[in-house]
Design a protein around this ligand. Sequence first.
Ligand code: ATP
Ligand code: MG
Length: 581
Amino acid sequence: MRASKYLIATVKETPSDAEIVSHQLMLRAGLIRKLASGLYTWLPLGLRVLQKVSQIVREEMNKSDGMEVSMPVVQPSELWEESGRWQQMGPELVRFKDRHDRDFCLGPTHEEVITDLVRNEYSSYRQLPANIYQIQTKFRDERRPRFGVMRSREFIMKDAYSFHASQECLDETYAVMHQTYCNIFDRLGLHYRPVIADSGSIGGSTSHEFHVLADSGEDEIVFSSESDYAANIELAVGTPAPAGDEDDGEPKSRELVDTGQASTIEEVAAKLKVSPQRIVKTLFVHATNDEGERTDNLVALLLRGDQELNETKISKISGLASPLEFADDDLIQKKVECSVGSLGPVGLSDLGIRCIADNSTSEMHNFVCGANKPGYHFINANWDDDCSPEAIMDIRKVREGDISPDGKGFLSIKRGIEVGHIFQLGTKYSEALNAKVLDKNGKSVVMPMGCYGIGVTRVVAACIEQNHDAHGIIWPKAIAPFQLVIILIDAHKSEQIVEFGNSLYEQAKEIGAEVLLDDRDKKTSPGVKFADSELMGIPHRLVVSPRSLADGVIEYKNRATTDKQLIETDAIASFLPKLFS
Ligand code: ATP
Ligand code: MG
């Protein structure tokens, strides 16, 4: 490719609306351009990278017996009615009508379409497992599109769906896909970790996310210091820890104390000269009725004073409004006759209020809690008949330093970018869409399913988050848009530069290198050519200048190591292949 005829759309200034480095560099290096919020055009340079990522994903999927298909972006509402998601999905699902007034949506994911295909095309266990994938555009009307293609509304996903005649068969394919994902992210040169994950609204049980570790990541990932335990914080298990307090454990009798204006945990702790760990915090949320509708009945959630609620864990408890809704002051006043600041668990069962306690409170004794009397707290409260939770479970967010749930080591927390997500869906969709095959005994069985996504466009951004310096992107070899850039200096002054440059360009192409010849005319200064090559992150660079040619050498520079060498012009033919071996 000749730069003079190529769209080199580099920008010197950092765009003001780009908050994270990958977004800034993707705009500055001329990989993408914004069309509207969450919508991006991929420019020639960016598309080369994107296609390489797609190709690696495709090759590894094919190696694992994946079958590539292409399903429509536009999907009829009937299938979504069948799965129940036409009603369940919020405004993220873009719905519209065609000219015949029929309902359609833009596919945010393809479980319905693939299940429809498979129920029509498959009939016997002998044809299974089937693992079908596509690399295709998805549309999700994200509430907050941001960070460029990292969280966009239109994006490319590799989505695969597997179908089985038994759970064992699903387990096997799931393990194969886990390994396939590791192979893909290894080949992409990413520093990543698979972690145990929540399966979210898509449903299902077993699930792993693949996270690229980066400070700009939107997710928090929890790791054990001494074992393989790694989980998304949404799922990371909080183990009951000893209360570790200053008390000897002998139950004392509960006393009412005046705490005046103190209402936050910190204020109460200061007033009573105890640590927040010795206080039980009480939060009220809305309950649902038997039909699952939100009511004004309350449920109390109890936590140790220094802990925070984990809303993902809470969302799995039945009987609570979803999404979680905290009761407002008026409602609490009406039900408990006390305002926020002095609330506590004692006596709530008499008021018909369910109490659910975090397991961090189970070992607490002689603790402090609100007395449900404005301006008062109890000291030396204990779990007893009039203060006893209906359930003790893990409802908190784990913290740095907590004991790992497998008992080995302590937890630390890092930030991650979710680039892949695999899960066992079970029969959620196949049941709803009646996707069955005959098993070995001739019996009709609903097929358990797996589903496996990779955010192909997001991978490009995530890769830049991990591979850049002050001058620009540093592409890993596997996905660099070009492997080599040849920069010509003062070509307008010297025919020899043009000739030498052209012959170098031809030689590089001959050995199969993807090469960009920077033959832009004198309006583009050498300094700009150098800066652009670094910004665009091309791994290898050769510079042909009148001065060096006069000395019989050309300069080589490696983008990643910044290593520079002078290569004798007559040694270039043997030097070039070494760069790409
Ligand atoms: P997130 O938690 O980041 O919103 P998700 O759980 O909704 O993602 P999945 O439904 O699991 O995502 O989709 C599979 C993959 O698609 C994700 O792992 C991610 O890499 C990518 N992806 C999801 N939403 C977006 C988006 N808005 N922009 C770019 N990539 C996305
Ligand atoms: Mg996900």
